[in-house]
Design a protein around this ligand. Structure first.
Ligand code: S3P
Length: 422
């Protein structure tokens, strides 16, 4: 198998969600170039429309021009906000609504309805937020916007979604908030807030954002998504020949833990930094076929690569020796139970993998993997195993191939474009 070319991954999912939210609560117009056009961000745009924000349809090659309604301008929708498969849309919207003057029911597809929401509602409740639980810890959930008080929230889980929900709640309510996280997580909200002139201080894992009267509309070109790029980079590492460059992705240090791990695995990966955009560093990443070795990933590193564990685990199944991903408990609460799903699917195709407590252990092999991969409708499981399936010695069948549309609709097309089976 050979790889070649230069390819730009889709717009970053986390940045697109946040840019849509900042734009919605800003006063005036916001222009977003190259946002992620996928099911998850369309779910966010659809929810914002129901809250009275003018957001045009997210269409290819069209910048999104969004008319913000201001901090106090969101209106109560008559129907529930369906966030479909998107945990980020649901949790960030819960934060925004908590500090608003609107009341809304937040819901989602079957996977999202069963994901934990108290991790968000509990810290928000300490600020005075009001909720009506309609399904225990899951969704649907009614958020009753109210005035919030300035608080310090010590978070129990290392989650950028939870941190950002609290920061957005404070921003919409116009109060100061401090969040202390147990481990550093992605900091897009903080970087964008700072670039938009919102006073914000960070000190290690402690962030304080100050209430402001208004934020102004802005322009942003959304950088490429390292979590989507990881699949393309993984493909290049597993190839026999060639070289692939992924262009214009964010190289925010809180997102590229997987590149640091790949380096330890012996991967030939080179990053070339480009100019930053609205607080986000950008780079081009070139990857070449590599002989990989097993790796130990520490629990502290996990938040910086949480969405890349599926690809890293698949690469570990092709490395020499054992790999151990420590403290990956949070993988149980993603779009599927990724911890069990990864181990089960690697075994289903003839690999060796196990869950030991909160660790994922994968034994490398060059066996001719064969079998059926049950994706559980999870985009990142589907994409990681599709990459493995490109190796000539591997024969894998996925139970579905629609799920990549939630974060990377052109995934299969892009794979075909950069990869030559011969
Ligand atoms: C995200 C944070 C992560 C990640 C998700 C996007 C974000 O979730 O898995 O895909 O945009 O803040 P957690 O914060 O729950 O770990």
């Amino acid at each position: 198998m050979m790889v070649s070319g230069r390819i730009r991954p889709p717009g970053d999912k986390s940045v697109t969600h946040r840019a849509l939210l900042f734009g919605a609560i800003a006063s005036g117009q916001t222009r977003l170039e190259r946002p992620l056009l996928a099911d998850d961000t369309r779910a966010m745009a659809g929810a914002l429309r129901k809250l009275g924000v003018h957001v045009p349809a997210l269409r290819t090659h069209c910048p999104v021009l969004l008319d913000g309604v201001g901090r106090r301008g969101l209106v109560s929708p008559t129907r529930p906000l369906n966030c479909r498969n998107s945990g980020t849309a649901a949790r960030l919207l819960i934060g925004v609504l908590a500090g608003s003057t609107a009341t809304a029911v937040v819901t989602g597809d079957r996977s999202l309805r069963s994901r934990p929401m108290r991790r968000v509602t509990e810290p928000l409740a300490s600020m005075g937020a009001r909720f009506d639980e309609m399904h225990g810890d899951g969704l649907p959930l009614r958020v009753i916007g109210t005035s919030l008080r300035s608080t310090t929230c010590e978070l129990a889980v290392a989650s950028a979604q939870v941190k950002s929900a609290v920061l957005f709640a404070g921003l919409v309510a116009g109060v100061d908030v401090t969040v202390v996280e147990p481990m550093a997580t992605r900091d897009h909200t903080e970087r964008m807030a700072r670039a938009l002139g919102i006073p914000i201080e960070t000190d290690g894992q402690r962030v304080t954002m100050h209430g402001v009267e208004a934020i102004r509309g802005f322009e942003m070109s959304v950088p490429g998504d390292p979590s989507s790029a990881a699949f393309l980079i993984g493909l290049a590492l597993l190839a026999d020949h060639g070289e692939l460059t992924v262009t214009g992705m964010t190289t925010n240090p809180t997102r590229i833990g997987f590149l640091r791990v790949l380096e330890r695995m012996g991967a030939a990966v080179v990053v070339e930094e480009q100019a930053a955009v609205l607080g986000e560093p950008i780079g081009d990443v070139t990857a070449r076929p590599s002989e990989l070795v097993g790796v130990e990933v520490a629990a502290q590193e996990i938040p910086s690569l949480i969405d890349e564990v599926p690809m890293l685990a698949v690469l570990a199944s092709r490395a020499t020796g054992e790999s151990r991903f420590r403290g990956v408990r949070e993988l149980r609460f993603k779009e599927s139970n990724r911890l069990e799903g990864l181990a089960r699917n690697l075994r289903a195709i003839g690999g060796r993998a196990a869950v030991e407590g909160d660790d994922l252990v994968v034994e490398g092999s060059d066996a001719a993997y064969r079998g059926v991969v049950e994706t559980d409708g999870d985009h990142r499981i589907a994409m990681a195993f599709s990459v493995l399936g490109r190796q000539p010695s591997v024969r894998i069948q996925l139970t579905e191939d629609r799920s990549p549309s939630v974060s990377y609709p052109a995934f299969f097309e892009d794979l075909r474009g950069i990869c030559d089976a011969g």
